[in-house]
Design a protein around this ligand. Structure first.
Ligand SMILES: Cc1cc2nc3c(=O)[nH]c(=O)nc-3n(C[C@H](O)[C@H](O)[C@H](O)COP(=O)(O)OP(=O)(O)OC[C@H]3O[C@@H](n4cnc5c(N)ncnc54)[C@H](O)[C@@H]3O)c2cc1C
Length: 124
């Protein structure tokens, strides 16, 4: 796309995802195929999770997490929630600190699951 944005995200990088990618490429559409071990939600601090159905333990409608790390679902993280860590978590000054914490956790827990191992096998 001319504005530099990716038009389509394909979730899953096996046969179906690669086939979709093939035809997107044929039509000269921009896309990225994701085969991931970790998902970090950075969707803002509103409490509306109607768009996704996840069986996660919640408190007052918010997934229970430890400084953005969802212990009940390894590989799932949040950045940008209100009071994720402190008052500044929902302010520009706190987002970088919280983001670094999540990335350091991901690095410290690698390898993180079947998806990364599978992706590594596919890359060989
Ligand atoms: C009125 C107001 C004033 C503020 N003033 C200040 C200030 O003066 N100083 C300060 O430090 N901070 C201020 N903030 C807070 C600051 O805006 C936030 O820290 C910052 O916006 C957080 O960024 P974020 O990326 O976490 O969330 P957001 O900026 O809300 O971005 C979330 C992104 O996720 C996308 N998204 C959401 N849901 C989905 C979905 N289902 N699928 C795909 N994409 C999705 C959205 O399109 C958006 O791009 C203010 C906030 C508000 C609301």
């Amino acid at each position: 796309m001319s504005d530099g944005q990716i038009g389509t995200v394909v979730i899953g990088g096996s046969q179906s995802g690669l086939a979709v990618g093939y035809y997107l490429k044929q039509r000269d559409l921009s896309f990225v195929i994701l085969e991931v071990s970790n998902v970090i939600w950075c969707t803002g601090f509103t409490w509306d999770y109607d768009w996704i159905d996840l069986s996660l333990p919640t408190h007052n409608g918010v997934p229970i997490h430890n400084r953005g790390i969802v212990d009940s679902c390894p590989g799932l993280y949040f950045v940008g929630l209100l009071f994720l860590y402190s008052l500044s978590s929902a302010l520009l000054g706190g987002v970088g600190r919280d983001a670094r914490h999540i990335v350091e956790h991901i690095v410290s827990t690698r390898p993180t699951g079947w998806a990364s191992e599978r992706a590594q096998r596919m890359a060989r």
